[in-house]
Design a protein around this ligand. Structure first.
Ligand code: PLP
Ligand code: COI
Length: 356
């Protein structure tokens, strides 16, 4: 059956705004939320009328399957405002595609691309004034879908809610980041859901990450579940390694999220003349390179932090420090990508999408 998704969005405006209560020069990450949200329900086998409504709690029956079986997926993206007040998204089509890859894996209905994109653009027009412009800040966008359908039977729900909420946000990390290379726990496994942005993937990371924090590290470097000999991701970010002047990152797989920042960095680095290798990286390659001085940089890459430099890592009870360099690939690539995102530079890859 051909379905059209051009239905107009119903907009119910909030009677007041919280915007004057927010200190836009001191924003934490994801702590304050804008006045409205986009909502679309999936019921009776189809997506219902999309709506923009005042930001509000979601009330669910205690038997809603999200509470019991964790059918929940999300995306993370950002909107930026340039000096002229124009609003931009960065590669939003990639997030929409990935949302539906996640939906399929979690046996949830795919969200029609037009519903997602139109809803996001309309909500951005309503909340334009909330987009921060200070250095390092942006409007963090959190699209998510949850199972609202009821019943204790362990099977996919028959109803879902798709929501887009906004949080004007500052930097994700502040201060020095030291990481622990994980030898016991795994974030994901072959055949699992590691490539999806499923809520449960993150819940499963919290305990091992807390153990690492108790030992004085801020994050975990995930290794492969089978041997724990190969590095996979840096917390909730993709990982990059610089050995001498080569930038390395690991191939995506069933177990690794196909990060949009990761693939953008690969393209920007190559265009910048940096040697890039996408291949498996053994933990011992890192420890040996740290010992012989060829390990120059380690950094995580993701929408929230963009690039997060790693100052040192622990492995098998030993700590390894990274050198302090004046000029890093990490800082250079972060500037290139944020300049594209914020319309401060040309966009040779056509990644920027103007909203209004
Ligand atoms: N890896 C994981 C597990 C993530 O949750 C994220 C964040 O979304 C990333 C990598 C980076 O992906 P992206 O660059 O698309 O934000
Ligand atoms: C990222 O954007 O890099 C993330 O990992 C999102 C995080 C808040 C889960």
């Amino acid at each position: 059956m051909a379905t059209t998704y051009t239905e107009a969005i119903k907009i119910e405006k909030s009677e007041s705004t919280k915007i004057n209560t927010v200190d836009f020069n001191n924003l934490a990450f994801g702590q304050v939320f804008t006045d409205h949200m986009f909502v679309c329900d999936f019921e009776d086998g189809k997506w219902q009328t999309p709506k923009i409504v005042p930001y509000q709690p979601i009330v669910l029956d205690p038997s809603a399957k999200i509470f019991h079986y964790g059918q929940s997926i999300f995306e993370g993206m950002k909107a930026y405002k340039d000096a002229d007040g124009s609003v931009f998204l960065f590669r939003p089509d990639e997030n929409i595609k990935r949302m539906n890859i996640s939906a399929k894996r979690l046996a949830m209905p795919e969200i029609p691309e037009a519903y997602f994109m139109n809803g996001l653009k309309e909500l951005l027009k309503v909340e334009k004034d909330w987009i921060p412009t200070s250095e390092g800040s942006a409007l963090y966008i959190r699209p998510f879908m949850l199972a609202t359908g009821q019943g204790f039977h362990a099977s996919p729900a028959d109803a879902y809610k798709f929501v887009i909420a906004f949080a004007p946000s500052g930097p994700y990390f502040s201060g020095r980041v030291e990481v622990l290379i994980e030898e016991k726990y795994s974030r994901s496994a072959n055949g699992g859901v590691g490539f999806a942005k499923a809520g449960g993937n993150y819940a499963g990371q919290f305990f091992p990450t807390q153990l690492a924090k108790d030992k004085g590290y801020q994050q975990v470097i995930w290794t492969d579940d089978n041997t724990h000999e190969y590095i996979e991701e840096a917390g909730a970010m993709n990982i990059f390694v610089r050995i001498n002047d080569t930038l390395l990152t690991v191939p995506t797989s069933d177990r690794i999220l196909d990060g949009i920042t990761r693939k953008s960095i690969i393209d920007i680095a190559k265009a910048d003349g940096i040697d890039v290798e996408v291949r498996k990286i053994k933990v011992t390659e890192l420890t040996e390179a740290a010992e012989n001085g060829s390990l120059k940089e380690l950094f995580g890459a993701g929408t929230a932090a963009v690039v997060s430099p790693i100052a040192g890592f622990g492995y098998k009870g030993k700590n390894y420090e990274l050198p302090v360099l004046e000029e890093t690939f990490g800082a250079r690539l972060k500037k290139r990508i944020t300049d594209i995102q914020t319309n401060k530079s040309e966009d040779p890859f056509s990644w920027r999408v103007k909203v209004c």
